[in-house]
Design a binder for this molecule. Structure first.
Ligand code: FAD
Ligand code: UDP
Length: 379
């Protein structure tokens, strides 16, 4: 039998793998973390360009209602006061998001909640809608025709690559809708960006832990397995089981980064382009996540695209077909003795960062037979 130098082989240095490795190390266990990418941190990783932390895998804003999770991440790096307030550009006109009194004023010049409600209701009444069966009907029955046509339809169809009439209603329910002048995109109590970037969070979690980058677990699976007593797997669960029940599907993204010789390009971190005709869904200007004053700026155009095997799997498609395939893999994973599955790829689930941290901490406490660390419900 080969010598097992490590207690845990952690496949994937994203937030799930990093939290697990940190917690296991704190309990005196020895971990080896591997990643197929050339950097640690998975999708929260940033690249520093001209002094600006560029969110290479799309805008990442940390938000949570759970003080335990907020204090946990702040113990590695202090967070700033960034509040996400994206702006929508529809055919050259600008609107505040999420849908709130500022948006309603910009659309119709209404000044009070009563006027806004009456305007929306008059549009809903004209449509004679029944029980909403898809995203289009759900959106129309909540916000009326103007908001749907200008701010939802084009963006949603670009984002998901199919007509809104073929999408499930729940996608739109994530978006806040309020009758106050409040442009905060999230309802959570705590929100911010790590001062100095997300890499500080990951570096803090992985400090002193063995890390090997540019290594795909599946290229030398036997050798990696032989190095540790147990495996923590945060990659794709269908690949782990050689796709025996078929491939899980994703929605992918393409990012076009540009360094511009201007100090301030768009005045906001995120501007959504909600018309169908503009091919990208949004433009990020990274310096605004950290109130940067650098002489240059980096912007990113985000394009949504179909996923193929060569592309990064970003959003799981939790429809009936894929959920069925996933439950087959999950059944196998639950029988494993020496393998812990976690994170968005292994659990085929859209997790926000605070949910990933909570889920990793819960898995740690179950695994080590401890109390659940006072964690609240993060779903
Ligand atoms: P990942 O970050 O994907 O990490 C998995 C790691 O495993 C990767 O580094 C990968 O290279 C590695 N890996 C996979 N397979 C192998 C293998 N075979 N061998 C070796 N290594 C492997 N959350 C928020 O809270 N707020 C936001 O604003 C937000 N915005 C987002 C925007 C976008 C565009 C996306 C896609 C996600 C966003 N999220 C946001 C979610 C956030 O990215 C996730 O919650 C978090 O990154 C998931 O961490 P993870 O460790 O599960 O996965
Ligand atoms: N959405 C929209 N218009 C916008 C922003 C979002 O119609 O300007 C819809 C769209 O269907 C999207 C959903 O709301 O898929 C959720 O948006 P959110 O920004 O929460 O999702 P993200 O893409 O950041 O995960």
């Amino acid at each position: 039998m080969s010598e097992q130098k490590y207690d845990y082989l952690v496949v994937g240095s994203g937030l799930f793998g990093a939290v697990f490795a940190y917690e296991a190390t704190k309990r005196g266990r020895k971990c080896l973390v591997i990643d197929k990418r050339n950097h640690a941190g998975g999708n929260v990783s940033c690249e520093n360009i001209e002094g600006i932390n560029v969110h290479k895998y799309g805008a990442h804003i940390f938000h949570t209602n759970d003080k335990v999770i907020w204090d946990y991440v702040n113990s590695f790096v202090e967070f700033n006061r960034y509040t996400n307030s994206p702006v929508a550009n529809y055919k050259g006109e600008l609107f505040n998001l999420p849908f709130n009194m500022n948006t309603f004023y910009q659309l119709w010049k209404v000044k009070t909640p009563a006027e806004a409600k009456a305007k929306i209701q008059s549009q809903i009444d004209k449509m004679n809608l029944g029980e909403p069966a898809n995203l289009e009907e759900q959106a129309l029955s909540l916000v009326g025709t103007d908001i749907y046509e200008k701010l939802i339809k084009g963006y949603t169809e670009k984002q998901w690559g199919r007509p809104a009439t073929e999408l499930p209603a729940f996608i739109i329910k994530r978006l806040p809708f309020r009758f106050t002048f409040d442009n905060n995109y999230f309802n959570d109590k705590y929100q911010g960006i790590p001062i100095g970037g997300y890499n500080k969070l990951i570096d803090g979690l992985l400090a002193g832990i063995d890390l090997q980058l540019n290594n795909d677990y599946f290229d030398e699976r036997g050798r990696w397995d032989s190095l540790a007593k147990q495996v923590v797997f945060t990659g794709k669960i269908d690949q782990f089981y050689d796709y025996r029940y078929g491939q899980l599907e994703y929605r992918s993204l393409r990012f076009e980064h540009e360094l511009l010789d201007v100090q301030n390009y768009q005045g906001n971190a995120v501007i959504n382009y909600t018309e169908r005709e503009i091919p990208y869904t949004r433009i990020l200007e990274h310096k605004h996540f950290e109130f940067g004053t650098q002489p240059k700026t980096v912007i990113t155009k985000e394009y949504s695209q179909e996923w193929t095997y060569e592309q990064e799997p970003y959003y799981p498609i939790n429809d009936v077909k894929n959920s069925g395939i996933f439950s087959e893999y999950q059944r196998l994973s639950q029988k494993e003795q020496n393998i812990i599955f976690g994170g968005r790829l292994a659990e085929y689930r859209y997790y926000d960062m605070h949910q990933i941290v909570a889920s990793a901490l819960k898995k740690v406490s179950v695994h080590f037979g401890e109390d659940n660390l006072g964690l609240g419900n993060n779903n």
